[in-house]
Design a protein around this ligand. Structure first.
Ligand code: URA
Length: 439
């Protein structure tokens, strides 16, 4: 089958059969399809879309373009499951959820990403821990997934290699914004991990990847349908990203927050509630709990006994980090040299937060990358972020800024102050945290 012919058919808005899609993606993975052809394909899909069968085939072809992990030879004593998020600000759910699920009997081979744009990345957070290796060899990764129940590591070159090339071309050809391409990219990578079940956290709001609530919902519906059709039961929680999920954002600060939750503190936080809801969905979906009440009991036991914290500590040590991080976090997670407060210019209720601006503020402080390959300063970020709906008086802090220097702090503080809209109490302010669950 000629690649040009596949491109011509998609250009003319014909539906491609699974064979054509697999042929094209095999060529993307082995290099026989050129960048120009990848760009033409992506543009044709953006302009003409794909029907459901094509989107399923594209997801399966992405998954099958490289190694697909298999776990049966390890004789695991529980299901293999994972969670993936479309990304946000102060979203450190993975750091808490992975060990928590492991403590409840699951096995979580979590392949995570780095920060992208204004959103933080799980790998960048874990690399705030001295010695933590996000690229262990295969044997070590598998041993941790078996023995500890969780390993959070980076993308390997062998998993879904077609996505790496396709995404690279989409990034520079204005073809990221296409539902079938996004779904195949996200799910192809996840399903290559050999999961029994998957729960996705699709964010909704001004800090979310998708631009509108309708687009987030559409993505969520497509993920549920396509993931399940590709053989992995998949559900989605639509959760709010109209403000940072935790009250902090920044790599070392978020590791501190993860440890706090794993110690059983902060149960009234939005971060805890979203993590608990995702964990409940995962446990029930994978058959580790009979229903939400049973899941709540298991999760409480795992937290109160210290088992979830213990799993986190074992994972960190197993991947090269210190053995006593949980006992002495301040010893390993250095604070930023300069802390200062961004204060309210006048009294009012926080009616809106420009979440994207806060995320970009962390990037500007050095906590994220402007260009691929930039070094990250794990110490910097924001904490004590005032949530939506809270009243502040003039001169009261809106957040605390952690910077490498006073000059860096001064450079961002005005924009961070302007990220908060203060006014009269407004009942229309979005307060809902979990918008919907789709199965
Ligand atoms: N994240 C991905 O991994 N792929 C996309 O296409 C978009 C977001």
């Amino acid at each position: 089958m000629l690649i040009q012919d596949i491109l011509r058919r998609k250009r003319d808005a014909e539906a491609l059969d699974a064979d054509a899609i697999h042929t094209f993606m095999r060529g993307v993975a082995d290099g026989s399809v050129g960048d120009a052809q990848i760009g033409a394909f992506a543009m044709a899909v953006v302009l003409n879309g794909m029907n459901r069968d094509e989107a399923i085939a594209l997801t399966e072809a992405t998954r099958d373009s490289g190694q697909v992990l298999r776990w049966h030879d390890l004789h695991l004593d529980g299901p293999v499951l994972d969670k993936h998020s479309t990304g946000g600000v102060g979203d450190l759910v993975s750091l808490v959820l992975g060990p928590w699920i492991a403590a409840c009997g699951g096995h979580v081979p979590m392949i995570s990403g780095r920060g992208l744009g204004h959103t933080g990345g799980t790998l960048d957070k874990l690399e705030a821990i001295p010695g933590y290796d996000v690229t262990p060899d295969d044997a070590r990764f598998r041993r941790l997934v078996k023995d500890v129940g969780v390993a959070i590591i980076g993308q390997t070159g062998t998993l879904a290699p077609a996505d790496k090339r396709l995404y690279g071309v989409r990034d520079v050809t204005a073809t990221v914004e296409s539902l079938p391409l996004i779904v195949a990219s996200i799910l192809g990578k996840k399903l290559a991990c050999g999961l029994d079940t998957l729960v996705m956290d699709v964010k909704v709001g001004n800090g979310a990847f998708m631009p509108t609530a309708e687009a987030s919902r559409e993505l969520a519906e497509a993920i549920v349908a396509i993931g399940s059709s590709a053989g992995t039961p998949t559900s989605v929680l639509l959760t709010d990203m109209n403000q940072p999920l935790a009250d902090c954002a920044g790599n070392a600060l978020e590791v501190h927050e993860a440890l706090r939750l794993l110690r059983g503190e902060g149960r009234d936080s939005r971060l805890y509630r979203v993590t608990h809801a995702l964990a409940t969905e995962m446990l029930v979906q994978a058959g580790l709990a009979t229903d939400a009440d049973d899941a709540a009991i298991r999760l409480e036991t795992a937290l109160a006994s210290g088992e979830a914290l213990e799993r986190f500590a074992r994972m960190v040590h197993g991947l090269g980090g210190p053995s006593d991080l949980a006992e002495r976090p301040a010893h390993y997670l250095a604070p930023a040299p300069c802390t200062t407060e961004v204060v309210a210019p006048r009294a009012g209720t926080v009616n809106a937060i420009d979440t994207r601006a806060l995320g970009l503020g962390v990037v500007e402080l050095g906590g994220g990358r402007r260009n691929a390959g930039d070094a990250i300063d794990p110490r910097v970020g924001l904490s004590h972020i005032t949530p939506l709906g809270e009243r502040v008086e003039a001169g009261q802090p809106l957040l605390r800024l952690h910077a490498a220097s006073q000059t860096d702090a001064d450079a961002v503080s005005r924009r961070l102050r302007e990220a908060f809209t203060l006014g009269e109490p407004d009942p229309a302010v979005p307060t809902s945290l979990i918008h919907a669950t789709l199965r």
